[in-house]
Design a protein. Structure first.
Length: 202
């Protein structure tokens, strides 16, 4: 013990580590919370815009997948297949034959021809509201169009070669009317447009 004291010499008894701890003052906490609140307030509109754009992109991807499926089924079966916009519920029995096409239908169905004037069971059907969130939110609107002389009646048909059956060009516009005007019309909402070329390119 005496030898240890000799080794330490005059440093014996000196406090090496301070055990005093200092916390945040109330002023520092308030300043930090104020800065955080300002950052959240600045980021909230951008986040809302991002979420709206993400929903639009998701819906557009669903419709594009339906169009690609209809084209693929036409080629695979070497027969006419249709992508149909409809307001008929997707749970309807024999929806392939029971649906009513609609120019701005909320749901879509892919069906393949089976014999004269009839259709086989639906290849796939999707409800337009899937993934939109609460029903009280701003609804997504879908509307189709065709290049003259064709008239869009809610159906886009593909032949066995994968081209549009009537050789027309089609477009499906996906908008969110409650959120404002589309960017290409001078607004702030990033709307989506899916185009189908006469050769079947989507």
């Amino acid at each position: 013990m005496a030898e240890q004291r000799d080794v330490l010499g005059p440093e014996e008894g000196r406090i090496v580590l301070s055990i005093a701890q200092r916390g945040f003052t109330i002023v520092e906490l308030l300043v930090g919370l104020t800065v955080l609140a300002v950052l959240i307030a600045l980021g909230a509109p951008a986040m809302g815009s991002y979420l709206q754009s993400s929903k639009m992109q998701s819906v557009a991807a669903s419709y594009a997948a339906g169009l690609q499926l209809a084209r693929a089924e036409a080629i695979r079966r070497n027969t006419r297949a249709e992508f149909v916009l409809t307001d008929t519920a997707t749970s309807t029995a024999d929806i392939a034959n029971a649906l009513a096409p609609a120019v701005s239908g909320r749901n879509w169905v892919v069906r393949a021809a089976s014999g004269p004037g009839g259709f086989a069971s639906a290849v796939e059907a999707k409800a337009g509201a899937e993934g939109e969130g609460s029903a009280g939110g701003m609804a997504i609107a879908v509307a189709g169009s065709a290049s003259a002389p064709a008239v869009f009646d809610g159906r886009i048909a593909f032949n066995g070669f994968g081209a549009t059956a009537d050789g027309a060009r089609y477009a499906i516009e996906i908008t969110r009317p409650g959120a404002g005007t589309c960017v290409h019309l001078g607004g702030t909402v990033r709307c989506r447009r899916i185009q189908v070329s006469p050769g079947g390119g989507i």
